[in-house]
Every structure is written in structure tokens, then in C-alpha cells.
Ligand binder design. Structure first.
Ligand code: DER
Length: 240
């Protein structure tokens, strides 16, 4: 992946977009963590915000940074505050040869490397603005990484069969420091599904969403508003 300095520049660039009184979706992963730490500094300096964490990990970090948090139902709903902006990382960002105005390639992401994409998508989609934070290693003309799919444990073999039907190759995500599979914050399993180059992310997203037993997939199509890319020399902000 990219260097930590580039991730930090991206995270701090997005954190700078937060204004007093905002409700901020707090993404998961090492790049979003830089944004959360910078927001912690700004809260120390008097910024008045509420965070909406997207995982156990991002809630832990928000508590460490003394960022007051809301549960999702307090932030989203008819008489709730709403989420002003969400800051979250990505595993891959389609830069698209046709340019950002192409609905297929503009604003198409793969997320889920941290197995947090179910709650991330809830928060990122609910936000008025969704800022992606990344380093250049995440950018690609087309999406071609495996797509993480959170599945009900009982449904893992049925979903795997459906993924194969859809010309994908599913792999149950094994844990590193635990015997057996990764178990998500929601108590589910993750299948990493390889489809090769994904030319029609919206169509694949719809196919995955329809599979019984799928809780959430890591294709985020048309949700991102901006991409803050940390570079060697600074930050590039692209309209998604
Ligand atoms: O799980 C996710 O979608 C995260 O955003 C994650 O994959 C990005 O992680 P990183 O910022 O540590 O690369």
C-alpha cells in the first residue's frame, strides 16, 4: 500500500473539511484513522462535532481521541440530525478512462478490506457528503480487486455457489490471529470474490445485492463525492 505520510496527508485533508457543529461519519482503516486523529486534535482545540463510528475499531479510536459519538439511529432518521459528511478509506478507486462524469467509472469504489463495509455503507450513504481518503496505490482505471461480501454464516455455501454462477471466485476470509474465519462486528463471515476487471460495477453490485444470504458487498457505486489523494508532495482532491 501507499506510504503512511501519503495516507496521513489524505486523512488530514478530509478532516480539514469538517466544520463546527458537524456530525461526521468516522470510517475504518489506517487512512481514515489519520482523519480521526486530526479531528481529535481539533476537538481538543474546541471543535464541537459528533462522530458516527463505522466499526468497533473506529469507535475505539474516537473514544481514545475524546470525540463524542452518536449511535446510528441518533444520527440518521426523519427527526435526527443527519450526517453532514463521512470520511472513509477504500481498497480501490476507479479513476475511469472516460473521466469522472461517466456513471460507470466515476465514484466506483471497492471497500471492505477491514471487513467493516456493511456499517460503512450505511454511514457513507447516509452522509450529505462522502469524502474518500486514499493514497495513489488505491487508484486504478478500472476496479479489478476482489469484492468483499459479508454473508450470514449459515448462507456461506449458498452464496459461494451464487458467486460462481456470476463468474466470480469466492474465498472465505481466514483470520490472522484466530483459528478459523474472520467474524465481522455483526457476527457474519466474509467471502472475498474475484471477478477480474469489473467493467460494469453498478450491474455487479445489483447482482450481489440480490443473492440471498448476502448482508452487504464492498462495491460502493455513485456514493462518493470527493476523493482526497495524499501524494509525495501534497494532496489531490478529485470530484468522484
Ligand atoms: O475496510 C475498508 O473499506 C477500509 O476503508 C479499508 O479497506 C481501507 O483501509 P486502509 O485505509 O487501511 O488501506
Amino acid at each position: 500500500g501507499g506510504s503512511d505520510a501519503m495516507k496521513r496527508r489524505a486523512g488530514e485533508s478530509a478532516a480539514a473539511a469538517v466544520t463546527d457543529g458537524d456530525v461526521v461519519g468516522l470510517g475504518t482503516g489506517s487512512t481514515a484513522a489519520h482523519a480521526i486523529r486530526r479531528l481529535g486534535d481539533r476537538v481538543d482545540a474546541g471543535l464541537d462535532i459528533r462522530g458516527v463510528p463505522t466499526s468497533f475499531a473506529s469507535r475505539e479510536l474516537a473514544v481514545e481521541e475524546a470525540i463524542p459519538c452518536l449511535d446510528l439511529p441518533e444520527a440518521v432518521g426523519p427527526d435526527a440530525r443527519g450526517i453532514d459528511l463521512a470520511i472513509d478509506g477504500a481498497d480501490q478507486v476507479a479513476t475511469g478512462s472516460e473521466g469522472a462524469d461517466n456513471p460507470v467509472s466515476g465514484g466506483a469504489l471497492i471497500k471492505g478490506g477491514g471487513a467493516a463495509h456493511a456499517r460503512e455503507k450505511l454511514v457513507d450513504a447516509a452522509a450529505d457528503r462522502f469524502l474518500v481518503v486514499a493514497d495513489p496505490s488505491k487508484e486504478s482505471p478500472r476496479l479489478d480487486r476482489s469484492v468483499p461480501v459479508e454473508v450470514l454464516p449459515a448462507g456461506r455455501t449458498a452464496v459461494a455457489a451464487a458467486i460462481r454462477e456470476a463468474d466470480g471466485e469466492p474465498t472465505l476470509r481466514r483470520a490472522e490471529r484466530k483459528d478459523g474465519p474472520v467474524v465481522t462486528d455483526n457476527g457474519n463471515l466474509v467471502l472475498d470474490c474475484a471477478f477480474g476487471a469489473i467493467d460494469a460495477p453498478a450491474a455487479l453490485a445489483a447482482t450481489l445485492s440480490e443473492i440471498p444470504g448476502v448482508v452487504e458487498h464492498g462495491l460502493f457505486v455513485g456514493l462518493a463525492d470527493e476523493v482526497h489523494v495524499g501524494t509525495e508532495s501534497g494532496v489531490r482532491i478529485d470530484e468522484a
